[in-house]
Write a protein that binds this ligand. Structure first.
Ligand SMILES: [Zn+2]
Length: 250
């Protein structure tokens, strides 16, 4: 049974994930110019891959992250970079893709916030998978984080593991028994402070990153959305100063 073989082979992926690669091997990195995805890119390089960056113009409420992604992809280590257009505004349902206000100074609670974009990581990973098949690449990096996150269901380890299994039932190379897709999530169990410390060790310039959901017209971060709050807390806990500009000069 092909399916059984694929599932068995998936269990050996942990070992494959840790092996060092030579620089000729490529990995697709989902890149938004944010703190996490930029750190993820540096880790992919450290793991021995040549990173290829994939960003999305998905109808997000501001263009700052894409401008930064376009400007800095090469600088932060990508050999190649594309921005795929998907208009999630047509679907809406999130403060990032519809006319819904971004919550500010939100108290932590158990609720999934309105900044959650329905199925976004499923969609992004599916595009990465499609591109991986075309490029004959088997490694995909995504900077999801299960500790310091906003409660998004598609940032959890169960989701990533299920997607990886699905990917290996969906690709020609896996079904032909050639090679399996590996989804790398090096930030999954790190706190924001640990992510920042790791990135600084690897030479990441966080001044080139953008995390805010609701920047002003000049691109300065608001300092009050969930993403800004997590970022600022991470820098404070890491004992570092966040180099990006904030409205009000935080
Ligand atoms: Zn913000």
């Amino acid at each position: 049974m092909i399916d059984d073989c694929v599932i068995c082979a998936i269990s050996s992926l942990t070992e494959n994930k840790t092996r060092k690669k030579n620089m000729a091997e490529k990995a697709i990195v989902l890149y938004s110019s944010g703190l996490d995805s930029t750190t993820c890119m540096a880790i992919a390089k450290q793991d021995g891959f040549t990173p290829i960056a994939l960003s999305f113009s998905y109808g997000q409420r501001h263009s700052v992250e894409l401008e930064k992604a376009q400007k800095y992809a090469q600088l932060v280590g990508a050999a190649k970079h594309i921005i795929v257009d998907i208009d999630l505004k047509q679907i809406g349902g999130s403060a990032l893709t519809a006319d819904i206000e971004v919550p500010k100074d939100r108290l932590e609670d158990e609720q999934i916030p309105v900044t959650y974009v329905p199925a976004r990581n499923t969609i992004f990973l599916s595009y990465a998978l499609a591109w991986a098949e075309v490029l004959n690449v088997f490694d995909i990096y995504i900077g999801v984080n299960a500790l310091d996150y906003s409660g998004y269901p598609d940032c959890r380890p169960e989701f990533i593991s299920a997607f990886e299994q699905m990917a290996n039932l969906a690709t020609k190379a896996a079904v032909d028994g050639k090679e399996l897709i590996r989804i790398h999530t090096p930030l999954l169990q790190l706190t924001k402070a640990q992510i920042i410390a790791t990135g600084l060790e690897l030479g990441v310039d966080y001044g080139l990153t953008h995390s805010c959901y609701d920047p002003d017209a000049t691109g300065r971060a608001c300092g009050h959305c969930d993403s800004c709050i997590l970022r600022l807390k991470g820098f404070a806990e890491a004992g570092q100063r966040d180099p990006v500009a904030y409205v009000g000069g935080k």
